[in-house]
Design a protein around this ligand. Structure first.
Ligand code: HEC
Ligand code: HEC
Length: 290
């Protein structure tokens, strides 16, 4: 019993120290604009960067305890109240640097995805949040559980500040080019799920070099309707093998993805057979859909 208390206290204390072990946030100051164009641009940023997805339709906040029980109690706060209570500098540190209002590194907030947001886009985002009415919602206090704290200490898990630090250098292209625009969108949107360098994640989200296999119309459709084509590359793999064997073992999953699903595609044409392509056109989204 005593040992338990000591162990608990030790992990708690050390993990708290780890969450505060970063340098102070780089200072930020801003006067939030109030014009309607900035507010509209901000609304676009909030919608395309997923702020509403996690912080609620009315930015009222959301309790993620049931969605992410492994974290403990992850609670995305009410953003409208947050900005009123803490102001733009504290909010910027949370959004772009991964540092919370209490000075601790965040854990579930994907700040790495927003680090490269430009100053004007960030100001517009704040203009939108500031102009948004407050919608009240009861939210519990957040809490990291012991498993997560232990994982942080063993350095096999990274807090939001670490993830921001691990971002590859952002070398902007000439701002007028469409490549630069695309790079900006990818490095502030797609990296949330496709890996910091867009080369996929250990848990199986695909490497985006797969995009080379898409025709423009197909890519358009994937972005707007969520209907992909290339997922069907794995069509020949036995579904039961995936469900019964691969899905249960991290190691097998990784080697499976590396060997069978990973491709070095530099194609300028669609790689599906005519039959598969036709099925995809008719709504097949995944190799499990028959
Ligand atoms: C994948 C879900 C997710 C997305 C997307 C997301 N957030 Fe968060 N955010 C969270 C969670 C969860 C927290 C609570 C802190 C934590 O667990 O890291 C949080 C915390 C915050 C905080 C407060 C940090 C603190 O405690 O001081 C701010 C500010 C914030 N988010 C702003 C934003 C903005 C702006 C966007 C869009 C650009 C955004 N978030 C997108 C999940 C998300
Ligand atoms: C919130 C998480 C998330 C974000 C953000 C995201 N993706 Fe994905 N994406 C996924 C997942 C998960 C899959 C795998 C789906 C599957 O296997 O059915 C995927 C699959 C894909 C595929 C392969 C589809 C196929 O099977 O042919 C492409 C291409 C893709 N995403 C492009 C993008 C691009 C470009 C962006 C940024 C504009 C983006 N994604 C942003 C989660 C995300």
């Amino acid at each position: 019993m005593l040992l338990g208390v000591v162990l608990y206290g030790g992990i708690y204390g050390l993990s708290e120290r780890q969450l505060r072990s970063h340098a102070d946030p780089v200072l930020f100051s801003a006067v939030i604009p109030t014009d309607s164009l900035s507010i509209e641009v901000g609304r676009h940023i909030a919608l395309t960067r997923g702020c509403h997805g996690c912080h609620g339709k009315e930015l009222e906040g959301r309790d993620f305890t049931e969605d992410w029980p492994e974290v403990g109690r992850a609670v995305a706060p009410n953003l409208v109240k947050y900005l009123r209570d803490y102001g733009p500098a504290v909010m910027e540190a949370a959004i772009r640097q991964g540092i919370g209002h209490d000075g601790k590194a965040l854990y579930s907030m994907p700040s790495y995805n927003f680090t490269n947001l430009t100053y004007p886009d960030l100001l517009s985002l704040m203009a939108y949040v500031q102009a948004h009415p407050v919608v009240e919602k009861e939210l519990p206090s957040p809490k990291l559980n012991m498993t997560t704290r232990w994982a942080l200490l063993r350095v096999n898990d990274e807090n939001a500040v670490d993830l921001v630090k691990n971002l590859p250098d952002f070398i902007p292209f000439d701002e007028r080019s469409s490549e630069a625009r695309g790079q900006y969108i990818a490095m502030t949107t797609c990296i949330e799920c496709h890996g910091l360098d867009l080369r996929g994640t250990a848990w199986g989200n695909p490497d985006l070099s797969i995009v080379a296999a898409y025709k423009k119309e197909e890519f358009d459709r994937l972005m707007k309707e969520g209907i992909g084509l290339v997922g069907s590359v794995c069509i020949n793999v036995d579904v039961n093998y995936i469900q019964d064997v691969v899905a249960h073992d991290e190691r097998i999953r990784k080697s499976f993805l590396d060997s069978i699903c990973r491709t070095e595609m530099v194609l300028d044409e669609n790689i599906l057979s005519a039959l598969e392509h036709d099925k995809a056109e008719h709504g097949k989204r995944h190799f499990r859909d028959f």
